[in-house]
Design a binder for this molecule. Structure first.
Ligand SMILES: [Mn+2]
Length: 273
């Protein structure tokens, strides 16, 4: 059983579903999705409704009855941790902080954390190549940050987490504490960079922030830079299908988009941020 962690509010549920359809296509081992969501007093964005999560679970089970989805509403703990934090509204979304609370709820030994703006291009079973036995997390370098910030600055959009180990070292709790004391531009990513001591750097195929390659496992639709014909910073998410086609010229997920429209007719189809 492969354990996967995804978190976010209702805005990104479209991304969660697309990503799961890509996982169901490529990963043959049963998967257990731990889906964490919240609704907080300083944001109007609703949590992912439990009924929507139920529907996603049905879709997962129709492919393999052993697949599982657990829904966690962590609103209360989130409010308590971040309400007075200088990082309560990070650069992207407060929802990016949800994952820091995950060890309080998870009881599996290892989990693959995937941002909601990722898609898989091959089986997640490839993560078993990575030995994180005596480490806290497996991460991939941040494509832009390694030049602009620090040479070992990593991207937290994909993390292979040794849950058992970080419960011992308190890594995520240390990051929460640091975030309550100091404001950071890339809030939790920088807090994790500063507090983690036992890291494995994984090959970029586990968090491909540039073009999809033949061995890519996870494609991350994060911010990028294009130099020609004009310098342009772009941030195209996988659910912005028109831009994925027109600007990124990616057609790898066209079958998934079609499946999504058939299987999730009641969910929103427009990118909301
Ligand atoms: Mn991301």
């Amino acid at each position: 059983m492969i354990h996967i962690l995804q978190s976010g509010n209702y805005k990104v549920f479209h991304g969660v579903c697309l990503n799961m359809l890509s996982i169901l296509k490529h990963t043959k081992e049963p998967v257990h999705l731990h889906l964490m969501t919240m609704e907080i007093s300083w944001s109007k964005v609703p949590k992912i409704p439990e009924t929507s999560a139920d529907h996603l679970r049905e879709v997962m089970k129709s492919v393999n009855p052993e697949n599982e989805l657990t829904y966690y509403d962590i609103s209360e703990a989130f409010e308590e941790c971040f309400k007075n934090s200088p990082n309560q509204n990070p650069k992207y979304t407060p929802a990016s902080l949800i994952r820091l609370l995950s060890p309080r709820y998870l009881d599996c030994d290892k989990v693959i954390y995937l941002d909601t703006d990722t898609m898989t291009c091959s089986s997640l079973e490839a993560f078993s190549e990575i030995d994180i036995e005596n480490k806290e997390i497996g991460v991939v370098l941040d494509y832009l940050g390694q030049f602009w910030l620090k040479s070992d600055y990593f991207n937290s959009g994909v993390m292979y987490i040794n849950v058992k180990r970080i419960k011992e070292t308190g890594l995520f709790e240390k990051a929460i504490k640091l975030l309550s004391e100091k404001k950071f531009y890339f809030a939790d990513q920088t807090a994790l960079y500063k507090t983690s001591t036992e890291r494995v750097y994984m090959p970029e195929k586990f968090n491909e922030q540039r073009k999809i390659k033949p061995d890519t496992v996870v494609k991350h639709f994060c911010k990028g830079i294009r130099y020609f014909p004009l310098f342009k910073v772009y941030n195209v998410k996988q659910y912005d299908v028109k831009m994925v086609h027109k600007f990124l010229k990616i057609h790898d997920f066209d079958d998934i988009y079609e499946q999504y429209n058939q299987l999730f007719p009641n969910e929103q189809k427009l990118p909301m941020d």
